[in-house]
Unconditional design. Structure first.
Length: 260
């Protein structure tokens, strides 16, 4: 685990970039237990044991992805931790927009370009001796080619596939800094005055969310499958799905957009 670069974003926020780690999220969970400060961020060229949602793995070739995680110590309620995911989702959307790429959020924390996934976000909460923490990690497909994406078994794309060229190391460095800076600017107001900051954040999340008003199929954690139209996303981040006879609130599940 060799340190390749460090950056100071101000306000105690730092980014340390490694050649390889097992998992940026797992490393920050470890550091959270030792008292690491809010705003401690790690990134890597490669993860040997990357993690995704619902227990899935995140596979990557060195230099093919943006792999970044940040440690937070929220002063707001644990019931409002969805706000941290909102902030990272929007930061990633805006970073891609700055590159000329239009991405949309697929609830709860994937990014799509068209119908293809380009990014995923994983948030993990815990408690250390000095209080609660949240680690938010994001992965963005950057330099994967068609063959790399085909083995994933689901529609996916990358910056290389969209732009027709790979991103050099210095461009990936700039994207990491831009992404973390955007996240910092979205997150810090939540610590200062949660209610108005989250109202603004959730409004922007809804506007960027392709799942809102879509017809979806949702596989719940107990294996139940429901289908219907998404009416809204609650303040706690739950998906509100209109079925034939009722409205279901979904806190977690595997969502498939049903395209006509």
């Amino acid at each position: 685990m060799e340190t390749l670069a460090r950056a100071d974003l101000g306000g105690g926020w730092t980014l340390t970039h490694f050649d390889e780690v097992p998992s940026t999220n797992a490393e920050l969970v470890r550091l959270a237990q030792t008292g690491a400060a809010e705003g401690t961020a790690l990134s890597a060229d490669h993860q040997s044991a990357g993690k995704g949602r619902l227990g899935r793995s995140w596979d990557d070739v060195s230099g093919s992805s943006i792999l970044l995680s940040v440690l937070l110590r929220p002063n707001f309620s644990v019931n409002d931790y969805f706000a941290a995911t909102c902030a990272m989702s929007l930061a990633a959307v805006e970073s891609l927009q700055a590159l000329g790429i239009s991405a949309a959020i697929k609830w709860p924390n994937d990014l799509l370009v068209g119908k293809e996934k380009i990014s995923g976000i994983l948030a993990e909460a815990g408690e250390a001796h000095d209080g609660r923490y949240v680690v938010v990690g994001v992965g963005i497909n950057v330099n994967q080619g068609h063959g790399d994406l085909a083995v994933l078994g689901r529609p996916a794309t990358s910056l290389r596939e969209i732009t027709g060229r790979p991103l050099a190391a210095d461009e990936r460095d700039a994207l990491r800094i831009d992404l973390l800076g955007r996240f910092k600017r979205a997150y810090e107001p939540l610590q200062e005055s949660f209610a108005p900051a989250f109202a603004d954040l959730l409004g922007r999340y809804r506007a960027a969310c392709a799942t809102l008003e879509a017809f979806v199929r949702v596989e719940l954690s107990d294996g139940e499958v429901i289908s219907g139209q998404v009416l809204d996303i609650s303040n706690q981040g739950h998906l509100l799905v209109e079925l034939d006879s009722c409205i279901r609130s979904v806190s977690a599940g595997d969502v498939e957009h049903l395209y006509s």
